[in-house]
Design a binder for this molecule. Structure first.
Ligand code: ASP
Length: 280
C-alpha cells in the first residue's frame, strides 16, 4: 500500500512561511488519514477520500477555497480514474457544490461519465448534493486585489492498494481570473490518468499539461515498458521544450513513487506505512 498527494505549488516569493508550514502540516495529516483509510478501502475509494479532505481545506485551490474567475464566479473541475476498471469520470466547471470529486465518483456508474457546467450541477442536485458556496473571504480579497497569490493549489492523489490496484483523482478551482468557459486539465486524461500499470495526477498550467498530455503520456510510457523514472524524465524534457509549467505525482504497479516539478515547488506528501516524505 502506498499513497501520494499534492496540493499544487508553493511560491516563496508570493506566499508566507506560515502558509508553507500550514501546507506541510495539512498534507502530513491528510496523507496519514488517507493511508489509514487505504487499509480497508480500494485505491479508487481512497483517492476520492484524500481529495475530499484536500478540497475541504481552504489552503488549496479546490473545493472550499477555489479561485474566482474573471466574471466573479467559481467553477470547479474534478476527475477520478480507476486504473483497475480503466474508467474515467469527471465534472468540468461545476458551480456551488462542496466536493466536486464526490460527483465525479458518483458519475462512475453512468454511461455518460463526464459532465460540464449546468448539466453537471443539475445532475448533482438531482442526486442529492446540496447547494454549497465554496467561496472564502481570502479568495474574494485576492480577486478584488487582482492578485494571483493564492493560485496554483490544485489537489490530487494517487493510491496503490493492497491488491496492487491503482487510482488517481484530481480537483481544481482553475487558474484564477480565467475567461468564462475555460477548461482545466484536471478533468482530462492529460491531468489525471491511471491504468493497471501506473497512475498520475498533475498540477500547473492546464494549457501546458494538455499540450504535453502529461499524465496520459507517463502512464502509456510505463505501460509500454519504460521505468517510471525514465517516463518522468522524457515527459518533463518534452514539457521543457514548450516551456511548460507543471508538476506530477505517480505510483506504478511495482509500487514505485515519483514526483517532479518543472518549476519549484510542488507541494506534496507521500506515505507507504513506513517512509514518509513531505515537500521542503
Ligand atoms: N491545472 C490547473 C488548471 O490549469 C491549475 C493548477 O494546477 O493550479 O486549471
Amino acid at each position: 500500500m502506498k499513497i501520494i498527494i499534492h496540493g499544487g505549488f508553493f511560491s516563496e516569493s508570493d506566499q508566507s512561511h506560515e502558509v508553507k508550514v500550514a501546507k506541510q502540516d495539512s498534507l502530513k495529516s491528510i496523507v496519514k488519514k488517507a493511508f489509514h483509510y487505504l487499509e480497508t478501502h480500494s485505491a479508487a475509494e481512497t483517492a476520492v477520500f484524500a481529495v475530499k479532505l484536500l478540497e475541504d481545506d481552504e489552503l488549496y485551490n479546490a473545493g472550499t477555497g477555489s479561485q474566482i474567475q474573471s466574471d466573479g464566479k467559481i467553477r470547479m473541475s474534478a476527475s477520478l480514474m480507476n486504473g483497475d476498471t480503466q474508467k474515467f469520470s469527471g465534472v468540468i466547471n461545476i458551480q456551488n457544490v462542496k466536493n466536486p470529486v464526490e460527483i465525479a465518483e458518483f458519475l462512475m456508474k453512468e454511461d455518460d461519465r463526464v459532465l460540464g457546467d449546468q448539466g453537471a450541477k443539475n445532475y448533482a442536485t438531482k442526486n442529492g448534493f446540496p447547494d454549497y458556496s465554496t467561496e472564502t473571504a481570502q479568495r474574494r480579497r485576492e480577486f478584488e486585489e487582482k492578485s494571483k497569490n493564492g493560485g496554483k493549489g490544485t489537489v490530487g492523489c494517487v493510491a496503490f492498494d493492497k491488491r496492487g490496484k491503482i487510482a488517481a483523482a484530481t480537483s481544481t478551482g482553475g487558474k484564477g481570473f480565467e475567461l468564462e468557459g475555460r477548461i482545466s486539465d484536471s478533468a482530462t486524461v492529460a491531468g489525471n490518468f491511471a491504468n493497471k500499470f501506473c497512475g498520475v495526477s498533475c498540477t500547473g498550467v492546464g494549457e501546458d499539461i494538455v499540450s504535453n498530455a502529461t499524465a496520459a503520456k507517463i502512464v502509456i510510457r510505463v505501460t509500454d515498458g519504460m521505468s517510471l523514472a525514465e517516463a518522468f524524465d522524457k515527459t518533463f524534457a518534452e514539457l521543457k521544450e514548450i516551456d511548460g509549467f507543471a508538476g506530477a505525482i505517480a505510483i506504478d504497479h511495482l509500487g514505485n513513487i515519483q514526483h517532479r516539478d518543472s518549476h519549484p515547488t510542488m507541494v506534496f506528501a507521500s506515505f507507504d506505512g513506513q517512509q514518509f516524505e513531505v515537500f521542503e
